[in-house]
Design a protein around this ligand. Sequence first.
Ligand code: F6R
Length: 610
Amino acid sequence: MCGIVGYIGKAPVVSTVLDSLSRLEYRGYDSAGIAVFNGRGIQVRKRAGKLKELASSLKRQPLEGRLGVGHTRWATHGEPSELNAHPHRDCTGELALVHNGIIENYAELKSELLGRGHRFRSQTDTEVIVHLIEEHAKQLPLPEAFRRALKELRGSYAVCLIAASDPSRLYGARCGSPLIVGLGRGETLLASDVPAVLSRTRRVLYLNDQEIAEISVEGARVTTLEGKPVVRKPVVVDWDVASAQKDGHAHFMLKEIHEQPAAIEQTLTGRLGHAQITFDRRTSAFLKELSRTERLIILGCGTAYHAGLVGEYMLEEVARLPVDVDLASEFRYRGAMLDRDTTVVAITQSGETADTLAGVKLAKEHGAKVLAICNVMGSSIARQADAVLYTHAGPEIAVASTKAYTSQLTALCLLTLALGKLRGAIPAAQWRRHLAGLQAVPGLVRNALRAEPAIKQAARRYASARNFYYLGRRYNYPSALEGALKLKEICPLIHAEGYAAGEMKHGPISLIRPGWPVVFLATGSPVYEKIVSNIEEVRARKGACIVIASEGDRAIRRHADAVISVPKTEEFFSPIVNAVPLQLFAYHVARANKCDIDQPPNLAKSVTVE
Ligand code: F6R
């Protein structure tokens, strides 16, 4: 959500910042802008719409310099427009600032600043920050004015500031929104996410909340908001630029769907052996304690929440551990009962989702222990958690989560089996069968991908429908929710809902009309017969049944308008394998409808505001 890039170094700032911003496009945005120090003063260029609008304006009328800051904005306060796009300037034009997050007390700060004669140009909350710094800078040196202004803000922010009076530096700070420093050779960057700096460096310094970074060509000096120096070692990120590129695929989403066998293998590597599951020392110690817990709460948002719902089925049935699953946005406000005996598992790809982070903080305040299942090393949630099970799925760029989801499910399999063993809940034969089953999952996913031509054909057949239902039971009830989410997310022309198939009769079936497409998850399970009955109920109303079934299930053809076959597996692993046709179906429906698949309107990759 919004992208920040700040740059100081020898390279031309405009092309460098634009290139880095383009690697943050996946976060979602509606306008873009850049501020450049040209040796005399600061020049700003902004455009509504995509980065290419800004780039073509800069091509027609170039800006030059070696210090600058750029931004892609996702509107929260004020419509998406050139005027509201960042960077914002103070009254003198000496300062330029970009911001991610929301300033909750902006209205009162604005009226105070207006009273002191400041002139505002935009409707944004952001503009108050730069005027506030200007106000303090009348009495104080710039670093102190910056610090003082930040202390007056309520809400969340990641900011980056440049000043014409101090062109050897830029300033960054974070509180609730991510910000990292990229440490290159003779150049330094500030950015909201790692892919933005990967083409220049893999040495990264993560800022914590309430920290300020003063950036120069030599590197970064980090201090707390109180001015205390912070010593932190940079992390060398193991992602490379190639893994953040499309590699010949039409979309990042398609590339990431096809990367799933490798991503799942990465989640399993070093953990899954032939006879045992092992984790690093810290996680093992944490799991030993966790195995004695009597209650687990899983938190997540969107797709990560759906992974949590699958985890509930796994952990309760196989590890015999009681689990509650909560949407993080509800958990944080519902007065949940938490204590030292509670363990919270936070599932998150980015590790930066505002609601999940707030849930984690709340759990910790009440003495609960937190395990994160997370993809991004060093992210806010990873740092807050007591232990982290990294999914190692590599960078996920498309807004719609695919490989992060299946690797979260894989991590939950590992967690369930490890806890089941520690709790003595898994009989030896089942343990051996499940370990072998898990070893086979990457191969099954690889085989599931081979059905893409048939899935594409089915997708094209139903692409003109405007309403879809997705139905499943047990482990594949969350799969139905996830399938529907994928479709409505990337194809905003379509309304799709997922339900537990048994709920159909309690309301949703009333909408079924001739031709209404219903995607059923009917792979092997103890409730297979019941799903077949649900298919018949839809057929009786002339709905169109698209059925995801196990290879070799010939009988299902009698009941279906279209069958998508997936490799046979135990129900325990089926949400991972079944995710593939659901993702590909959504992808090809969206493609047939000419949708903006990687950056759907109104959506952002990393939801760092509430
Ligand atoms: C859906 C999607 C979102 C995210 C949700 C949580 O495809 O990507 O629903 O799953 O915003 O994000 P993370 O996992 O980064 O916490």
